[in-house]
Design a protein around this ligand. Structure first.
Ligand SMILES: [Zn+2]
Length: 112
């Protein structure tokens, strides 16, 4: 069904974890919630069409539905990005993945 596996960003992993009731996620916006419901219900033909527009979300849902280690995998992706100064997991991040700083911390840093 999927010939390539796109990189799953931390926020996408977090949204999918939340949608399926797993730890480590957080609630997406209304559109994304509907999108995840739609992806979860899609048959293979429609899933391919959704993957054309939302490859990362489709990959993350596939991981959680079909990969026995999918939840763990997504949780690792979420934890991987955390602000090194305040520990905030809210993106966007500057300097990720090596030295991730959330934008407020990054701006503070450049002012000093
Ligand atoms: Zn920060």
């Amino acid at each position: 069904m999927h010939t390539s596996s796109p990189t799953i960003p931390a926020d996408v992993a977090a949204h999918v974890l939340w949608h399926y009731g797993h730890e480590g996620g957080y609630q997406p916006g209304g559109f994304t919630e509907q999108l995840l419901t739609t992806i979860g219900m899609a048959d293979p033909a429609n899933l391919d069409r959704l993957a054309a527009g939302f490859p990362d979300y489709v990959a993350a849902v596939a991981a959680i539905q079909y990969d026995p280690n999918g939840v763990e995998h997504l949780q690792r992706l979420v934890v991987a990005i955390r602000c090194i100064r305040c520990g905030d997991t809210d993106g966007p991040f500057v300097g990720a993945p090596k030295q991730p700083l959330c934008e407020p911390c990054y701006e503070k840093g450049t002012q000093q």
